[in-house]
Design a protein around this ligand. Structure first.
Ligand code: AMP
Length: 217
């Protein structure tokens, strides 16, 4: 099943996607790689590749990378064999031109819209901590690593993303509202949209996700 995860920054798409990989493997018996364009950009930046050098300032400011660069990246990623049984696209598409381009090179089965009020977004992003090595998300209050600054899963360094600073968060919310939110109607119009309440704690959101896809009920 080819899935798109829509929703504002901080809706918990990345956290849920990691859990969804396991759930889909068990329910459907097929691997569904979690493909996060944000994570691909961050690792290019960490490695200092030409792509990383090109996009670093854009990510830090909370703006979007240009459509063509992003589309080329996803097209190349979806050409790999591991997506044959399905995939989870987290953070792509983020604009109507990206969604139109995607329709030209891949079938989309469902677009899940993770719905959450702005106040909850600000609380989540304000406390978000991320492992530099494996990308696992923690929270400074609700989900701390056992040892401060060290990832429980891989021992990597846990840090605060530059774009989780308050000015960048405001910019990302603005960009979400103007450029990404129109995708909700785009996919609703195609009969592919499912709303998922992303406000409750993650275990409940997992249940909402399963219900939305008719898994394990
Ligand atoms: P995320 O981890 O999904 O919050 O993405 C972090 C940042 O990466 C965004 O604020 C953008 O600067 C960039 N980015 C990720 N996905 C896209 C996309 N589909 N189009 C343009 N820029 C993106």
């Amino acid at each position: 099943m080819n899935l798109i995860f829509l929703g504002p920054p901080g809706a918990g798409k990345g956290t849920l996607a990691s859990k969804a990989v396991e759930i889909l493997k068990e329910a459907l018996g097929a691997g569904h790689p979690h493909i996060s364009t944000g994570a691909i950009f961050r690792s290019a930046i960490a490695e200092g590749t030409p792509l990383g050098l090109k996009v670093k300032a854009i990510l830090d400011s909370g703006k979007l990378v240009d459509d063509q660069t992003t589309i080329d990246l996803v097209k190349e990623r979806l050409a790999r064999a591991d997506v044959r049984g399905g995939y989870i696209l987290d953070g792509f598409p983020r604009t109507i031109p990206q969604a139109e381009a995607l329709a030209g090179f891949s079938r989309v089965d469902r677009a899940l819209n993770f719905d959450i009020p702005d106040a909850a977004v600000l609380e989540r992003l304000g406390g978000r901590r991320v492992c530099r090595k494996c990308g696992h998300n923690f929270h400074a209050v609700f989900d701390k690593p056992k040892q401060e600054g060290v990832c429980d899963h891989c021992g990597g360094e846990v840090y605060i993303r530059d774009d989780d600073r308050p000015e960048a968060v405001q910019k990302r919310l603005e960009v979400y509202r103007s450029q990404t939110a129109p995708l909700i109607d785009f996919y609703r119009g195609k009969g592919l949209l499912i709303d998922v309440d992303a406000g409750p704690p993650v275990n409940q959101v997992v249940e909402n996700f399963k219900k939305a896809l008719g898994i394990g009920i």
